[in-house]
Design a protein around this ligand. Structure first.
Ligand code: CLF
Ligand code: SF4
Length: 431
């Protein structure tokens, strides 16, 4: 290990237990989108692979994140590590790279860290290394396809939605390849394992041993936190004794992290003293109009990423797209958990925010009616709505609300110009 990395390790509060009372970390919540579905995750909340669910994080733009680092660095001189850990998967969001680049260029003394589900790690390992990232966490809950198939709902890979064993095989292959690449590049890799009683508990020692053999530096076993609105909501959390027993077993073969605090995606400070509340109002708004990025009630956007700050991209057309990852249109109007909002002006397309709506709505009765009207209200700022499918009734209601509806199932980047052209043709017809 070179001297610089050794120094960074000495001051990393997660990788080095001795450092956690002296050095602080700061998470930058710049990554709202995710490319997989873990069955314990409700995307109203932060990514529970690295962050405690049930608390909300605002989403910052890379520029806002840089500004926030400047302020936090002044107030918390023991800040040693800046990381991206959500609220979705960092590697599913280009903003992660922009933020890391800005921070590294401006504050090269800060250690950069990142936590990912690993799907895109083989693609981005070198890029992360080039940006100065030396600490990478991969959440990996199993290396057995049958077990993984119980844990993951889907994976979006190369624009396709994979399910069942196919999804688990792709995710596992990418996690292993990504870890191998990171270790080969000289990064220090931590593996987080979510302990899910009855699903992967008996398998965890084997998994820990396997990743240890690959050169993983440290393993962290996190307890499942059952969350409402997820497939695992009725499962039980492991007891502290069960978790400790597993850590004791695994520690015979691999270094274990025992001081994790399951922090939130905008955590700031020492692991035992989260100070993120002091900085809620910190970070310039995307439109450059001032340091306000919070609602008056103190709730900072929706957990999975509605941006509160102004930051609209000027005039032009605003388009809400039902997409999980910003790559493919893959949501029906009535059941897409969230929409991404884009501002289109001439040839320029800017992603502005994510509108979180929630999981599948009811399909009949009063609840269905309410689901449709709630969705239309949530999309009130959109001129165009792009979905993979939609029923006649919501289609008519959207039209009555003045929206142009475009149905597509390919790439978002191809769907947007088609939708704009369709709307322009319709407007011309009306003139
Ligand atoms: Fe953040 Fe994770 Fe880096 Fe630490 S947290 S990305 S390695 S800087 Fe640390 Fe928090 Fe546990 Fe994560 S206590 S949840 S292990
Ligand atoms: Fe949720 Fe994605 Fe994180 Fe899994 S990786 S817990 S689906 S945000």
């Amino acid at each position: 290990m070179d001297e610089r990395l050794a120094d960074a390790l000495n001051a990393h509060p997660c990788y080095n237990e001795d450092a956690h009372k002296k050095f602080a970390r700061m998470h930058l919540p710049v990554a709202p989108g995710c490319n997989i579905q873990c069955n314990y995750c409700n995307r109203k909340y932060d990514c529970s692979n690295e962050s405690r669910p049930g608390v909300t994080s605002s989403v910052l733009t890379p520029q806002e994140a840089l500004e926030k680092v400047r302020i936090v660095k002044e107030k918390i001189p023991e800040l040693s590590v800046v990381a991206v850990a959500g609220p979705g998967d960092p590697l599913a969001n280009e903003e992660t790279f922009e933020a890391l680049e800005l921070i590294h260029r401006t504050y090269p003394d800060l250690t950069l860290c990142l936590s990912t589900n690993g799907l895109m790690l083989p693609v981005y390992a070198e890029r992360l290394y080039g940006l100065g990232v030396r600490f990478v966490t991969v959440t990996m809950n199993s290396c057995d396809i049958d077990i993984s198939s119980k844990i993951y709902g889907f994976v979006i890979w190369n624009g396709k939605r994979l399910e069942g064993k196919e999804a688990s095989e792709r995710l596992l292959a990418n996690q292993l390849e990504g870890i191998e690449k990171c270790v080969g590049l000289g990064m220090l890799v931590k593996v987080n394992i979510v302990l899910i009683p009855g699903i992967n508990d008996a398998h965890i020692p084997k998994l820990a041993e396997r990743v240890k053999k690959m050169g993983v530096y440290i393993v962290n076993i996190l307890p499942l936190i059952p969350v409402d609105g997820t497939k695992f909501s009725d499962m039980r959390a492991p007891t502290p004794e069960e978790r400790k027993k597993l850590m004791d077993v695994c520690s015979k073969n691999v270094k274990m992290m025992r001081h994790c605090r399951q922090c939130r995606a905008d955590a700031i400070g020492l692991l035992d003293n989260d100070r993120s509340g002091e900085f809620i109002r910190t970070g310039a708004c995307g439109s450059g109009c001032g340091p306000v990025n919070v609602r008056d009630d103190g709730i900072v956007g929706d957990a999975a990423g509605t941006r509160d700050a102004g930051g609209t991209a000027g005039a032009g057309v605003r388009i809400a797209v039902a997409t999980d990852d910003g790559t493919v249109v893959n949501g029906g109007f009535g059941n897409a958990p969230y929409f991404r909002m884009y501002a289109v002006s001439g040839d320029s397309v800017t992603e502005e925010s994510i509108i979180t709506i929630g999981e599948h709505g009811a399909v009949y009765g009063d609840a269905h009616t309410k689901n449709i009207s709630d969705r239309i209200i949530s999309l009130k700022d959109a001129d165009i709505v792009i979905v993979s499918e939609i029923g006649t009734r919501p289609m008519n209601e959207l039209k009555n609300a003045g929206k142009y509806v475009h149905i597509a199932d390919g790439n978002v980047k191809d769907a947007i110009p088609g939708a704009v052209a369709g709307r322009n043709a319709e407007l011309r017809k009306r003139q």
